[in-house]
Design a protein around this ligand. Sequence first.
Ligand SMILES: C[S@@+](CC[C@H](N)C(=O)[O-])C[C@H]1O[C@@H](n2cnc3c(N)ncnc32)[C@H](O)[C@@H]1O
Length: 316
Amino acid sequence: MKQKYNEGYAFKLSGEELNLAERELKSTMSGSCKAVGKSGKIIMTAKKHELPKRLSMTQEVAKIIHRGLREEISGISLKEDLEGSYAVRKEFIDPDAKPEKNIESRIGNIISNRNNYVDLDNPNTVIKAYVLEDEIILGRLEQEIDRGKFDQRKNQDRPFSSPVSLDPKLARTLVNLSGIRPGEHILDPFCGTGGILIEAGLCGVGIAGTDIDEEMVEGCRKNLEEYGIINHDIRQESAEKAPEVFNREFDAIVTDLPYGRSSKKTEDIIETFMNSIESYDCRKVIMWNRDSLDGRSPDFSIDVHSSLTRYIYIID
Ligand SMILES: C[S@@+](CC[C@H](N)C(=O)[O-])C[C@H]1O[C@@H](n2cnc3c(N)ncnc32)[C@H](O)[C@@H]1O
């Protein structure tokens, strides 16, 4: 066990698409990450995440106060004393982590001192105990991420929606994979109803987009404004024209390509578009429903439902 992680932070991922969730985390922070345990659901980082609330696939973040073997938990002494009220919440993370009945009281014994007391209903401090197969990680809960907020932005609840609209949670993941920071600028050349640009705008990112369809362009603007994103630059234009239309650099390009059935026509559009963005010196995160893009293999695939898989390409 490397010391740097033992004193850092533990991120509990939500459980779906763990590799993608880990990549989302890595893309949004500086410093290294390391999955621990068999499930891959706990990621440890040495550094603090500056913007944990923007993550779409992480549930909670805890500052690590102890990491060690389960069998040694009764004998340890914690480096820091906990003051005020606290509650211990355990979770058996790994599938092989055998449940132990009295683990909370054993942890309580090592935490308890004359300056603190248990309050299960309204504690000042929540201590998370992530129980893996052989080891245990204790952390002071710092952040619970409200992933329900994405449901409040469901496509059907927006002023303008379409069957092509991207799920807000997945749109946020794509934005995060680009590593874009607040104050930087993003381009979505196939912006549709604005699924990606809404999530980027809510992260404090400057946004620009094109769509060939006038109705989409109008609808995208309405949707952005519904969420208070007033500064936007959305043009009715074909995607490959974006470099000349905007005539400026972007910090990331994030887009969800058209899923046309007429394959030759769609392929031609995509080929022209891919050539046009070569001039941009930034990360490109592109989603499509084909498992090859411009000779590349996808970095991730997501099974949206039994007959629909989407592929994500990350091009640096
Ligand atoms: C998969 S949808 C994007 C959906 C979008 N992410 C959203 O959340 O609504 C692809 C979009 O590409 C647009 N489109 C198709 N061909 C285009 C082209 N040559 N240039 C720009 N947009 C185009 C379509 O009108 C459609 O809105």
